[in-house]
Design a protein around this ligand. Structure first.
Ligand SMILES: NC(=O)c1ccc[n+]([C@@H]2O[C@H](COP(=O)([O-])OP(=O)(O)OC[C@H]3O[C@@H](n4cnc5c(N)ncnc54)[C@H](O)[C@@H]3O)[C@@H](O)[C@H]2O)c1
Length: 315
């Protein structure tokens, strides 16, 4: 049994990670300030004596004895990370410093949830980890992109200078139950609009593509990364390389929900990348042939079931 700290544990990905690591027989400490996360995401775990919930903000130091740290605390969707952009930078940068300081002191292994946003609007396609990215350092998304890039730099510097045992995963678009219903992310947006019978809003002409990874595939990759050999620090891409256009996604969701919604086209927001797709060959090589296994249709069905319950107040 390991004792594991998960920052951002009450969020979408964090809550699934808490659940999975408890199921595997670990002790889990979930730390969150509830900015975008919520107690309802983890309330079902509170009866488990091996689960602890701490209200704390990662921009302040926190001390605890653990074997592993998963650092997920950070709002992940543009509406939330732009709401208080300075705080987003602080969360990424000071959060990383505080958690790396803790890992150094207690000699814990620490994994950073980085993002495909470090590639910005990529000029190389698909993106391998060796690609340095095309990020606008002063654009409205930079609080998130540059915050995450700085966090990666901090991780590598703590590793090189202080031999901290680090792991970095670059997460591509992930979806599933417990996504925030109003965070403007495309999958949750489309599903909520379809279930409410509202128009499905597509930004741009809908031909831009995204790859969508179901949350369980991501968890498998993150846990394999945490268990990987010490010399493999990453960064490693974790995403589903299957690309779908926004129009395809909208049609799939209309089909699953049986909705009468129609599609409405709106102008593209600033700095919206036109294409992003992971090259996952490094993950396959280093993480025991890791590959996403859940097909979009199956993952969407599970997510629609969750949002349907949420909207009809069964959750
Ligand atoms: N969901 C994705 O597609 C995606 C893609 C790339 C990277 N990521 C990264 O994965 C991590 C989790 O993302 P998510 O989708 O679950 O988002 P989320 O917003 O649901 O979860 C983030 C959690 O961090 C908490 N948090 C935010 N600021 C905090 C602070 N200062 N102190 C303590 N807690 C804080 C929030 O309350 C929330 O519970 C994030 O670091 C995100 O950048 C997610």
């Amino acid at each position: 049994m390991k004792r594991i700290l998960i920052t951002g544990g009450a969020g979408f990905i964090g809550s699934h990670l808490c659940e999975r690591l408890l199921k595997e027989g670990n002790e889990v400490i979930c730390l969150d300030n509830y900015f975008t996360g919520s107690k309802s995401n983890i309330v079902h775990l509170l009866e488990n004596p091996y689960f602890e919930l701490i209200r704390h903000d990662v921009t302040h130091p926190y001390f605890v004895e653990v074997d592993e740290i998963y650092n997920l605390a950070c709002p992940a969707s543009p509406v939330h990370y732009q709401y208080n952009s300075i705080k987003t930078i602080k969360t990424s940068v000071m959060g990383a410093i505080n958690m790396l300081g803790l890992a150094k002191r207690i000699k814990a292994r620490i994994l950073q949830a980085s993002t495909s946003e470090v590639y910005g609007d990529p000029l190389e396609h698909p993106q391998p980890e060796s690609y340095w990215g095309n990020v606008n350092p002063i654009g409205v998304r930079s609080c998130y992109d540059e915050g995450k890039r700085c966090a990666e730099s901090l991780f590598l510097n703590y590793h090189r200078q202080n031999n901290v045992d680090i792991k970095i995963v670059r997460i591509f678009n992930t979806y599933g139950p417990r996504m925030h219903p109003n965070d403007g992310r495309v999958v949750s947006n489309f599903i909520v609009q379809a279930l409410k019978g509202e128009s499905i809003t597509i930004f741009g002409d809908g031909s831009q593509t995204r790859s969508f990874q179901y949350v369980d595939d991501l968890l498998e990759g993150m846990i394999r990364m945490m268990k990987s050999k010490k010399s493999f620090t990453g960064p490693v891409n974790l995403g589903n390389p299957n690309e779908f256009s926004m129009i395809q996604l909208a049609n799939e969701i209309i089909d699953i929900t049986g909705s009468k919604s129609t599609i409405k086209y709106l102008p593209l927001p600033e700095d919206d990348p036109s294409q992003r797709q992971p090259d996952i060959s490094l993950a396959e090589k280093e993480l025991n042939n890791w590959q996403p296994v859940i097909q979009l249709r199956k993952g969407l069905e599970k997510t629609v079931t969750y949002f349907d319950k949420l909207l009809t107040k069964e959750l």
